[in-house]
Write a protein that binds this ligand. Structure first.
Ligand SMILES: [Mg+2]
Length: 169
């Protein structure tokens, strides 16, 4: 069986549907992406850990208290099968000039500190270029979930049904 180190996942657009021009501000608004639970079920056998790296500027904007974000993240974890070991959150705005807001690498480096992650044996799945850029920089295998395709990505795919077989082949 193929064994990898860490599976990094973006949250909105990967685990749950993105809310256009808005934010997930309540657990009731969570809609899970088709096929993610089945994919994570397979992935948990191929990765040492599964972590989420997510920008949540709604916290910095004062739209969502951190405790409620944690509650939303916990609900997303349960709804996708409870396979996620850790959520790494950037609550900042661009103007905060933090080191964690993607496309910066801070969230990934925090995970590396906690788990001694081997980036070259890890995957990042995202639906934005801002997910692919830090992955590329850290030499994480980058997978772009979209109909458009990303020039930064190592692999472009359209649905999670395509990914399970890649791990199992
Ligand atoms: Mg996203």
């Amino acid at each position: 069986m193929k064994q990898f180190d860490t599976l990094f996942l973006d949250r909105d657009g990967v685990l749950n549907k993105k809310i256009e021009n808005g934010y997930v501000l309540d657990p009731d608004q969570i809609e899970i992406i088709a096929g993610i639970k089945e994919f994570l079920q397979i992935a948990k056998n191929h990765f040492r850990r599964i972590v989420v790296v997510t920008n949540q500027r709604c916290v910095g904007l004062g739209r969502l208290p951190l405790e409620k974000l944690v509650k939303i993240n916990n609900t997303i974890n349960v709804l996708t099968g409870s396979f996620i070991d850790q959520f790494y959150i950037c609550p900042h705005l661009d103007e905060d000039n933090c080191s964690c807001r993607k496309p910066k690498t801070g969230l990934f480096l925090n995970a590396q500190k906690d788990y001694n992650v081997d980036f070259t044996e890890s995957w990042m799945i995202g639906d934005s270029e801002t997910d692919m850029i830090p992955a590329k920089q850290l030499q994480i295998f980058s997978l772009f979930l979209s109909n458009k395709g990303s020039s930064y990505a190592d692999k472009n795919f359209k649905s999670f049904d395509e990914l399970g077989p890649i791990l199992q082949e």
